[in-house]
Design a binder for this molecule. Sequence first.
Ligand SMILES: Cc1ncc(COP(=O)(O)O)c(C=O)c1O
Length: 389
Amino acid sequence: MTPISPSTLPSQRDLFDIPDEVAYLNCAYMGPLMHAVIEAGEQGVRAKGRPWEIAARDFFSEGERARELFARLIGADAEGVALVPSASYGLSCAARNLRLAPNHRVVVLAEQFPSNVYVWREAVRTSGASLVTLPRPADDDWSRAVLAAIDERTAVVAVPHCHWTDGGLLDLTRVGARCREVGAALVVDLTQSAGALQFEVSAVQPDFVACAGYKWLLGPYSMGFLWVAPRHRDGQPIEYNWSARAGAEDFARLVDYRDEYRPGARRFDVGENANFVLVPMLNTALEQILDWGVAAIEATLSARNTRIAERAADLGFKALPGAVRAGHFLGLRFPDGDPPDGLAARLAAEQVYVSVRGSSIRVTPHLYNTDADVDRFFGVLAKLASSHS
Ligand SMILES: Cc1ncc(COP(=O)(O)O)c(C=O)c1O
């Protein structure tokens, strides 16, 4: 993987619609939209008001651009990118194309996000295979735990790049190599990392990569990606929409039904993927992310989170050590077990926005944050702690 660039970026707050008094530290919940992304969406809505100006080629051009942009973000080829509405849709395509037998095992992490769990529960239920849920390792080293769990019985390893509760990091390059050794498929959910944590398809060599677009890709809701390795590109989609078929560009001949699909991973595209509102919005966001550069975003967020973790340590909170945590992601564990009831709501009442996940406060800033946001977070936290004691 390319080394992290040491250069960091200044706050990009002006590009976003976030009032000064709002300390939004919750990108892992939902990325806010930039002004330019909102404008792209408004243009899309207006375009649909004048359908006589929408030509057949407009059904495909923005989608092709989206494939290219996402491919650049993860070091992949655009031909392998399918347009999907959610991570769970992409993961369902993966499960549909990975055959399981009763002696097979599917490996997932404890408390993994449900979109990458339910699909495997169903796959093992219908095939007789087993789901292996790895417990959270005492030393928080998920990479070691996953590597130790993979053996000849493993058919699928279905994991994120970092855990969605606290940023616990997986070394996917090593996991990918181990999967290849035993002939297991690697299915990766990048929803909590793509755009903010460097990932290279050529280094990891996964089978499938799914990613929702509304968090770290700073895109709209209901639009995401699935990258499919060349060996699976002749697989079965989970639905049969006309626009995935060869010749779909010729609207006059759509009833010359075709068995062949459009090339690459386009057969996995969701129906009505030519979404005139959402796709241009996502493209606008991806262009800005590529312009900033994922390495620079990662370096900037890592530096900010390190400072937050140090300050939180003075109040008794514990974060995962840097070596086993994704730089862009932070979970602060409470000194004495579970967080007080309603903590996130009490912070929100002061316009400080974070999530509580399990026994951690999840703090996930992005480039729109400022030092003042972080000061507000600590100010309110200290106030709540003193009113509690
Ligand atoms: C790791 C992870 N994957 C996926 C999702 C969203 O999944 P879907 O697009 O299926 O709603 C989330 C949402 O929080 C997530 O944290």
